[in-house]
Design a protein around this ligand. Structure first.
Ligand SMILES: [Zn+2]
Length: 474
């Protein structure tokens, strides 16, 4: 049995791993590398996998850094099945089409520029057609249902507590009559997130591959999110301001809606006009309404009380650009949830442009903000910010809520590894300092543990030796 560490090994983007046994290779995730433009183009184009040599693919969840390069795999000839939970396959339809559209737009923009210089046209990384072809290969499964992606291999999906449909995956490989279980725990979510169930502890794992995204950091308790949101919304409404929430369209937007619904239904917040102004967030919210089998007990209780959680009467999904413009122009107090989550593009920019100079308004930051984004500048308290090329005085209040995160923090990761109890632990999906910090913590926690920080491109072989699965050929 061999593990190939191909992507998101010493960083957090472009997740890609292969489990190999008896000549069969199964790819787990095929994420888009997101980084500087030139590097991203090169890395995403030249996949480190031969699509013809794959027996099957297994997909953990619908975040772009895990599924976003599947259309390239298909463009390069992959025609095998792509196994995922049913919710993931449905979410992918929204995510991949949108990603393809962006790729096509990007190429068109570059071609407009290069055309003038007489250079050869740029091809998009993939097209909407490629995304649709990828969608046709998806096979939906339930959690805990056994799937055989290749002879002698079985995969099961388990709750990740990360986003709707996200799965931790166990790969059971049988070699010489012995079973080796490889557990992939990324992306690993958190306990007590709204809407979705808590992560499950993978059982009887021999080799655990786990993320280290927040290997050196702690989050505020997820249960504090609702109180913090209530506080900031109440304060803003009291001064007749607007609450502007830049949000990721997938999961974070629905979490905010859930909290607002929960607060209004408990009589703690008046039914304030709330607008979801992002076509993608709207599409994803509809999917949450459909996939109630994935929701946790608390959400189902709330649903029994008020009906569709994603559709209260005081909430409007904004359709047209004209409707969006009317909201930006109006001075009435309201809540606006809009994308993109880092304020780099999308309709949130119009809301910020019209609202950022009003000291009655509040911008609520509920997600990670990468360096050099407008969102990060707001977090850092800059007084002047550039939007669509113009400078604005930032007079609106900016509040950062750190209780929102879909990833386990350092303590969550340490606890998880202890509970799984695997003897071999591979740390991936983290910047070098985060991986190292988590590695140190794990060695301190258990001196017997074999903790490995693989390098990108590493292929590690396992064999049965002295009564256990260990590294090195047999
Ligand atoms: Zn994720």
């Amino acid at each position: 049995m061999k593990l190939h560490f191909l992507g998101a090994v010493d960083n957090v983007t472009g997740s890609m791993h292969i489990v190999e046994s008896g000549g069969a290779r199964v790819l787990r995730d095929c994420g888009l590398f997101q980084g500087p433009r030139k590097e991203s183009r090169e890395r995403n184009r030249s996949l480190p996998v031969d699509p013809g040599g794959l027996s099957a693919m297994v997909l953990s969840h619908a975040h772009i850094d895990h599924c976003g390069n599947i259309p390239t795999l298909v463009r390069n000839g992959y025609r095998g099945p792509i196994h995922a939970t049913t919710a993931t396959t449905d979410l992918c339809e929204i995510m991949l089409k949108d990603a393809a559209f962006i790729q096509e737009q990007d190429a068109a923009y570059l071609n407009q520029k290069t055309n003038r210089k007489g250079m050869a046209p740029v091809e998009p990384l993939y097209t909407v057609e490629d995304a649709e072809a990828a969608q046709k290969l998806m096979v939906g499964h339930r959690y805990h249902e056994g799937v055989s992606p290749a002879p002698g291999m079985e995969v099961t999906f388990h709750e990740a507590g990360h986003i709707l449909g996200a799965a931790l995956t166990n790969f059971d490989v049988v070699e010489n009559g012995r079973r080796c279980r490889v557990g992939f725990a990324f992306d690993l979510g958190r306990y007590n997130l709204p809407l979705i169930r808590d992560p499950e502890v993978l059982d009887a794992v021999d080799v655990l591959v786990i993320e280290s995204t927040y290997g050196d950091r702690l989050h505020d308790d997820a249960r504090n999110a609702e109180e913090q949101l209530l506080e900031v919304v109440t304060r803003t409404l009291a001064r007749q301001g607007k609450v502007l929430i830049p949000s990721f369209a997938l999961e974070r937007a629905q979490e905010i809606i859930y909290h607002l619904v929960s607060l209004v239904s408990a009589g703690r917040l008046p039914p304030v006009p709330t607008y979801v102004d992002s076509p993608m967030a709207t599409a994803v919210s509809k999917l949450f309404g459909r996939h109630t089998a994935y929701l946790d007990e608390e959400s189902l209780r709330l649903k029994r009380k008020i009906g569709d959680i994603m559709n209260p009467r005081w909430l409007t999904y904004v359709d047209s650009v004209e409707q969006s413009k009317r909201i930006t122009a109006s001075a009435n107090p309201c809540i606006v949830i809009s994308a993109s989550g880092m304020c780099e593009h999308g309709r949130i920019l119009h809301h910020l442009k019209h609202g950022i100079e009003n000291p009655h308004n509040t911008v609520v930051i509920v997600g990670f903000q990468a360096a050099h984004t407008l969102g990060r500048r707001l977090v850092e308290g800059e007084r002047k910010v550039r939007i669509f090329g113009d400078l604005f005085d930032r007079r609106a209040e900016v509040v950062v809520l750190n209780s929102f995160s879909a990833h386990a923090d350092r303590n969550g990761l340490l606890d998880y590894v202890r509970q799984v109890g695997a003897r071999n632990v591979f740390l991936v999906h983290g910047e070098p300092s985060q991986r190292e910090a988590l590695g140190e913590g794990l060695r301190e926690q258990d001196g017997e543990l074999n903790v490995v920080l693989p390098a990108p491109g590493d292929i590690v072989e396992f064999a049965w030796k002295n009564g256990r699965w260990a590294m090195g050929g047999g």
